[in-house]
Design a protein around this ligand. Structure first.
Ligand code: NAD
Length: 248
């Protein structure tokens, strides 16, 4: 492992453009459950059954109860050393970019500026009917929310979590930012199973753009085939070890 870490650190010279793509695994050590761990089910349902436009249309309250449970869980969690290392890189390294699939807001809480959020934020709400009077999304960090489902302040209709559900499209501005982010010298895929597209597609795109692609994950992911370097271990351990090898 030490040799692999040194190889990656050598490519992360001061001027190197570095992009990190994170998934649920980066928050695992903070206590936020990943979707695919054994505790990832809720009332016997998979997230794919709760986090869809169809599930919301059928039973908005049930869908919101799941989000309320996750908001409660996440509110009790703190950023871990992996979030902290990424925040430092984002502040100190020109050309550094972070794209996250996570909706938990822990990168922002660790102090990372300019996070590209592929799937939105669990702390933002939007009008389910996209009424003309409401903003695209607004922040509401109250836990618990005073009413479920919450109401749109503009039209009084139902509000939804401003996250991207299974089967929904990605904001074109995010797609553009992701396309720019794959143009880099070192691309780290951290804590992602790499099965949710289009985010997972960034790994192969970075490789084709000439980046050194590095996977950080205690398990093999679907993206491992694209990685030239695999750092097996928890992000909260591997990233601080990598950081320690970089010039101060
Ligand atoms: P995933 O649940 O599919 O996969 C998690 C990955 O993290 C696995 O490959 C696992 O081996 C790895 N992992 C577990 N512990 C780790 C650790 N300590 N360090 C590094 N890696 C670790 O998650 P995904 O790939 O992000 O895709 C699922 C979708 O679910 C995403 O779109 C995301 O929006 C959503 N999600 C978000 C959160 C969150 O915001 N924290 C939590 C669960 C799911």
């Amino acid at each position: 492992m030490e040799e692999l870490l040194a190889q990656v650190a050598a490519r992360m010279g001061e001027d190197a453009r570095v992009t990190v793509l994170t998934g649920a695994g980066v928050s695992a050590a903070s206590g936020v459950r990943t979707f695919r761990d054994p505790g990832g089910l809720w009332h016997g349902m998979r997230p794919e059954e709760v986090a869809t436009p169809e599930a919301f249309a059928c039973d908005p309250r049930l869908c919101w109860e799941w989000y309320e449970m996750r908001r409660r869980q996440i509110a009790a969690c703190e950023p871990n050393p992996a979030h902290e290392v990424i925040a430092r890189w984002a502040r100190q390294r020109p050309g550094f970019r972070l794209v996250t699939q996570n909706v938990d807001g822990l990168h922002e809480r660790a102090g990372t500026p300019g996070v590209v959020r592929f799937h939105g934020s669990i702390w933002h709400l939007s009008c389910a009917a996209r009424c003309a009077g409401s903003p695209a999304a607004w922040e509401d960090r109250r836990v618990p929310l005073p009413e479920l489902p919450p109401a749109c302040p503009a039209c009084g209709g139902i509000a939804r979590p401003a996250v991207v559900w299974f089967g929904e499209g990605i904001d074109p501005r995010v797609i553009l930012a992701a396309r720019e982010a794959v143009e880099c010298e070192v691309f780290l895929a951290v804590g992602t199973s790499a099965v949710v597209f289009p985010a997972a597609g960034m790994i192969g795109e970075a490789r084709r753009a000439g980046a050194l692609v590095v996977e950080v994950n205690p398990e093999t992911s679907a993206g491992a085939g694209e990685a030239q370097v695999v750092l097996r271990g928890g992000a909260e351990v591997v990233l601080p070890r990598l950081d320690a090898l970089l010039p101060a």
